[in-house]
Design a binder for this molecule. Structure first.
Ligand SMILES: Nc1ncnc2c1ncn2[C@@H]1O[C@H](COP(=O)(O)OP(=O)(O)OP(=O)(O)O)[C@@H](O)[C@H]1O
Length: 251
């Protein structure tokens, strides 16, 4: 795929493991970047499990399509440009039962046919695993690098390391690791609890010689806001630190 003159930087958010918070982290990165005055877009590359429109409260809105291409839908508050297969389906619960080549083709179309407008950053919310879609993105997209998301369990890290090695084998930069669901703070006594054991993201990043971008807590408010389509309202200083760290690589 060719460089797109309307997109300055492209970052894939990935993890070999499912359910660790890729979509949440992708959305939070775009929101924080938009708060800083950057023009951002998010491509929901998770074709079979798309969740981005729901998080941003985009319901019953369809992209405008004309002979020039597909116009991404803009979010209400920060005008983040969004494209997702769910914006193109008749019903959001309609399954997409496609084999790998078709999934890859959809990603290529999202890159080539969507009329992204002057983006500083395009964030790709990737599907779990190391299958066709991550391969297409890593092999053929002009990617600036990948942000890796993990949760603190050993099992999660074992699988997440596969994604890190995939990125490295395909000679794309690993921009850093985010450890999601690292801890929970008791709302009554403020004690920090580690339900999945002590955080290990920092040590694993050092071992693998990749930047550690930071930790995010388990926060029921985040989950509630994702479900309610209010992710643009969510605030957490931890996400600011993560974006600060990420931006170091682009300064
Ligand atoms: N830090 C967190 N605190 C509380 N809930 C969270 C947190 N991170 C993610 N969640 C919740 O966990 C669920 C899974 O998160 P998300 O969809 O971001 O994961 P994913 O890795 O993209 O999943 P998939 O592998 O299915 O694409 C969502 O309901 C989300 O709201």
């Amino acid at each position: 795929m060719e460089l797109n003159p309307n997109i300055n930087r492209t970052i894939a958010v990935m993890s070999g493991k499912g359910g660790v918070g890729k979509s949440s982290v992708s959305a939070l990165l775009t929101v924080e970047m938009a708060r800083r005055g950057l023009k951002v877009g998010i491509m929901d590359a998770d074709i079979t499990g798309p969740s981005v429109p729901t998080m941003f409260g985009i319901v019953n809105i369809r992209p405008t399509i004309n002979e020039a291409g597909i116009f991404p839908v803009e979010t209400e508050k920060y005008k983040i440009q969004v494209i997702s297969i769910n914006l193109l389906l008749e019903r959001p619960d309609q399954p997409v039962i496609w084999r790998g080549p078709l999934l890859s083709k959809a990603i290529q179309d999202f890159w080539n046919e969507v009329l992204w407008s002057d983006l500083d950053f395009l964030i790709l919310d990737m599907p779990p695993g190391t299958g066709d879609v991550p391969l297409t993105v890593l092999q053929s997209m002009p990617l600036d690098g990948a942000v890796i998301v993990s949760s603190p369990q050993d099992l999660a890290f074992m699988i997440v390391k596969k994604a890190i090695h995939m990125v490295q084998q395909l000679q794309k930069p690993v921009l850093g690791l985010v450890e999601n669901m690292s801890f929970i703070q008791c709302p009554k006594c403020q004690e920090i609890i580690y339900p999945f054991g002590q955080p290990k993201g920092k040590d694993i990043s050092t071992q693998l010689q990749i930047p550690f971008l930071g930790e995010l807590p388990i926060d029921p408010v985040l989950s509630e806001y994702c479900d309610a389509g209010k992710i643009e309202e969510y605030e957490n200083p931890k996400i600011k630190n993560i974006v600060d760290m990420l931006m170091v690589g682009f300064s």
